[in-house]
Design a protein around this ligand. Structure first.
Ligand SMILES: Cc1cc2nc3c(=O)[nH]c(=O)nc-3n(C[C@H](O)[C@H](O)[C@H](O)COP(=O)(O)O)c2cc1C
Length: 220
């Protein structure tokens, strides 16, 4: 299994990076291959909205990393989008990548709505890995809806797993032990009694990332 992951966090030691590292450790432990790309380091132009991809069957833009990246995306068995939740959505560098996915799809207007047909059959596992400050995972619903839509139009052989970490504000918080969390929560104005349960919950979250990675890595 060949896993391509995009890290959308600007914080190299942030919660997203820690959760993603666990997932990728699982992939490699299971014998799979994994590559992680930091989305903001990619040399990518914004989609120009030229719509020429509807005729060319590829993006018309040149002079950036998209050609090589699109080949990697198509060759991967699984794609992981890991992001902090910013204003209920992905971070901007990941959204830039998602917009370039337009070139993988033919779009036709219909009298009723709009029809999306991928140029090639997609058979991939998608993982959406989210880290958010809110205690309520519903805060990330808009980005989850986007990925349900995206994977839906890419076909029935495309799966989506969503992993959400909540009540995570400070870089590295997901890996902090209960005592450190309690001190942090006091500073953040959160009840310190939440810290013991949250440290267990965070450990389970890291374990779920690892297990998801192992599962991906084991698939043929
Ligand atoms: C610009 C900005 C917008 C944010 N918007 C939200 C939001 O809408 N909902 C939420 O729960 N957290 C929000 N957060 C908090 C981050 O999602 C949270 O701190 C996350 O764990 C950071 O991940 P990282 O450590 O990988 O950078 C926002 C943070 C920033 C900097």
């Amino acid at each position: 299994m060949n896993v391509l992951a995009f890290n959308g966090s600007p914080r190299r030691k942030g919660n997203t990076s820690l959760l993603l590292a666990e997932l990728l450790r699982g992939v490699r432990d299971a014998g799979g291959q994994a590559e992680v790309l930091v989305a903001q380091d990619l040399n990518l132009k914004y989609c120009a909205g030229c719509l020429r991809c509807n005729v060319l069957r590829r993006c018309a833009l040149s002079g950036d990393d998209w050609q090589a990246l699109s080949e990697k995306i198509l060759a991967a068995d699984a794609l992981v989008f890991a992001s902090p939740v910013y204003f209920h959505h992905l971070t901007a560098p990941l959204k830039k990548i998602i917009d370039r996915f337009r070139s993988f799809i033919q779009v036709q207007l219909t009298p009723e709505s709009i029809r999306h047909t991928p140029w090639q059959p997609w058979s991939k596992s998608f993982v959406l890995l989210l880290s958010m400050g809110s205690s309520d995972a519903a805060d990330a619903q808009p980005v989850i809806e986007l990925f349900k839509f995206m994977t839906g139009i890419l076909g029935n052989d495309t799966t989506l797993e969503v992993i959400s970490g909540t009540r995570l504000a400070v870089a590295g918080q997901v890996a902090r032990p209960a005592g450190e969390l309690a001190a942090l929560y006091e500073k953040l104005g959160l009840p310190a009694y939440l810290a013991v349960g949250d440290s267990c919950r965070n450990r389970e979250l890291l374990q779920r990332c690892y297990d998801t990675g192992r599962h991906l890595g084991m698939q043929a």
